[in-house]
Design a protein around this ligand. Structure first.
Ligand code: TRP
Length: 451
């Protein structure tokens, strides 16, 4: 059986995806999911969204927009498991199990939390002013997302590497405490796509909602065109040679063009193509690349109940993994059905099974005898004959009572006596050393079990 690489990533549902999100995360993830070796789990991290946003309408809208964006972008839900975090009740449940093993000191070191504390201190506020337990525990919820599905690779931005490391840390600790030699959780690795360029925004800085410099992705052709018209360029007039390598307009173009298209565009800029015309070319390119997907996006947004159905199917697929796994984990920490025997009893039983044992049998003449076998199964004693089972039973009981043994050594073995009567004999041994070892084994075998 070949094991596919399980790739898992979450998208926090607080905003509307823009062109930078598409080129930097969505498009590469969709491409990666088409690899035959990939078993991809992509989800809407809507519980994480609640940490950053207390506007229900925005949460609602963003979840739909992000779901529609990924589907319109070509995500094949037959191939990947695409779901909403909040449809998987096992995730918050696992979060609690992990919270109980996560070191508080570890979470104190989380960048996002520390940044908030530093900001408070700078402002002369209480260090924890405005900081919720949600923000503080953010990495534990994320660890649950990742560990729940035993992801191997977690594609994330650099700012999330620490969170993936924390997931390893917490998972390892759980394995150590409850695994009993078994590794419940796979250790995930952060996957940083070096080759994916972060797109520049309208002003040349990284495209980001917080800089207000984004190009919208699927809203409308007109919105995209308007944004492109606001791309900052130098003031060279039409006819003057442009410097493509210092024009972020060209960087944006390259992110969506073939190398041949880029080479052609570069030549035209060097020959003095005007910026207005250059913007037009960029719009044509993006509209050609994204126009169809935009259509699909608006169809999906217009039919929210279809979206709902798709995500419900995704949740069923995800829970087919999560439900049985979580019940193993509950079992491991001791949250077990009352109908299962308590482990202590189970352990004692196992010990007993492995310990020395008496085996009674009846001779042809009707007398009763027993053997004592060591844990390894070698014969330590064979009893004399008893008239009835009761007498034989009384002797085995007495031997196990812990009382001082009356053991008498003979030429090639030893015999055991009770109240002046020989009750059992050892086999014949090759030498004195073997006899000594058997005596030791006998004493061990007859030591009452410790609870
Ligand atoms: N915290 C991630 C981000 O802001 C989103 C996320 C939540 C995530 N859970 C995850 C990413 C699990 C990867 C794996 O980008």
């Amino acid at each position: 059986m070949t094991t596919r690489t399980r790739i898992l990533t979450g998208i926090t549902t607080t905003g509307t995806p823009h062109l930078g999100n598409y080129a930097g995360a969505i498009r590469p993830a969709i491409l990666a999911s088409r690899d035959n070796n990939a078993d991809s789990f992509y989800f809407l991290a809507d519980y994480h969204a609640l940490i950053k946003c207390d506007d229900p309408l925005r949460i609602q809208r963003s979840r739909q927009e992000i779901a529609a964006t990924w589907l319109a972008g070509g995500l094949d839900v037959e191939r990947v498991t695409f779901y909403r975090q909040s449809d998987i009740p096992e995730i918050p449940e696992l979060t609690w199990l992990l919270t109980c093993v996560a070191a508080k000191g570890l979470l104190n070191r989380a960048h996002a939390y520390k940044a908030s504390v530093d900001k408070n201190l700078e402002a002369g506020e209480d260090p924890d002013a405005g900081i919720t337990m949600g923000l503080y525990s953010y990495p534990v919820l994320m660890a649950a997302d990742i560990l729940m599905f035993n992801a191997h690779k977690v594609p994330v931005g650099r700012d999330q590497i620490q969170h993936v490391e924390m997931a390893r840390d917490i998972g390892q600790r759980f394995n150590h405490l409850f695994g009993q030699g078994k590794e419940f959780f796979t250790m995930p690795e952060a996957l940083i796509e070096e080759s994916v360029a972060t797109l520049p925004g309208l002003d040349g800085r990284k495209m980001s909602k917080s800089y207000d410099n984004t190009i919208p992705l699927f809203s409308s052709a007109k919105d995209m065109k308007d944004a492109i018209s606001r791309i900052v360029t130098d003031s060279k007039a039409p006819g003057e040679a442009k410097d493509p390598d210092n024009a972020h307009l060209f960087t944006l173009f390259q992110a969506f063009s073939t190398p041949a298209q880029a080479a052609e565009f570069r030549g035209e800029l060097l020959q003095g193509l005007g910026w207005g015309e250059a913007k037009n070319r960029l719009f044509q390119l993006l509209d050609g690349e994204l126009g169809e997907a935009r259509e699909r996006y608006h169809q999906l947004i217009a039919r929210p109940s279809d979206l709902e159905d798709i995500l419900r199917v995704g949740a069923i697929k995800a829970r087919a993994v999560a439900t049985p796994f979580l019940s193993q984990l509950r079992e491991a920490v001791g949250l077990r059905s009352f109908a299962t025997p308590v482990q202590v009893a189970a352990t004692t039983k196992k010990k007993a099974a492995k310990a020395a044992r008496f085996i009674s049998f009846r001779e042809d003449d009707g007398s009763f005898r027993f053997r004592l076998l060591s844990a390894e199964g070698e014969q330590l004693l064979l009893s004399r004959n008893f008239a009835d089972g009761k007498a034989a039973g009384a002797v085995t009981k007495q031997l196990q009572s812990g009382q001082e043994l009356d053991l008498r050594r003979e030429a090639t073995g030893f015999s055991i006596w009770l109240e002046g009567t020989c009750v059992a004999d050892s086999p014949a041994f090759a030498d004195a050393a073997a006899c000594d070892m058997a005596i030791d084994a006998l004493r061990t075998a007859l030591t009452p079990a410790q609870d």
